[in-house]
Design a protein around this ligand. Sequence first.
Ligand code: ADP
Ligand code: MG
Length: 199
Amino acid sequence: MAYAVATLMQWMICAEEQFKSHLAELNALDAAIGDGDHGSNLARGFAKVREKLQAHSPETPASLFKLVGMTLISTVGGASGPLYGSFFLEAGKIAGEQRELDDATLTRCLQAGLAGIQKLGKAEPGDKTMVDALEPAISALVGHAKMDVAAQKAREGRDATIPLIARKGRASYLGERAIGHVDPGASSASLLLDCLAIR
Ligand code: ADP
Ligand code: MG
């Protein structure tokens, strides 16, 4: 399928709605192994994203991704702001001047986005972070899976964080006490993929 600006806008509106409706749940996950603000951070960040997108009406996927990335970096205080911000900034660099992204180009954008998160945060799969949901989903897309399969992979990756010790972020200070909890960032990353899949 083709991803024009209008479709990517719907993706961001869905994300804003999901983070708003899962605000308390994401905060609770973060309260267990962090500082309890992940839902508030993302709800605030994506509300601002929606506002900015509506105010500026970007004309290309590249400019949309850039605006999303810059907005997240400037409005989300927590670690997740710069990380998700880099995801969208790096995705935007791949999108070029095209007005519609085909499946292969969108996949390359998402791959570049994930590489941006990993360059900044240095997390590998298995470190109990958002990477654990994003990496299997994006790998599936590289293998030409459909978006709903990728979203399922993200959910599986999210659930697979439960038994892990965290090696990055605040949860890493907890050592074995992080075991038994879903990583909040893996949970939000899974919601982000769900929104892309309902297109
Ligand atoms: P903070 O930890 O600053 O309060 P958030 O609560 O918004 O920020 O985000 C926490 C989430 O960010 C974690 O659940 C984890 O998924 C993700 N995260 C933290 N550090 C890293 C990192 N170095 N690499 C990738 N993801 C990370
Ligand atoms: Mg937090």
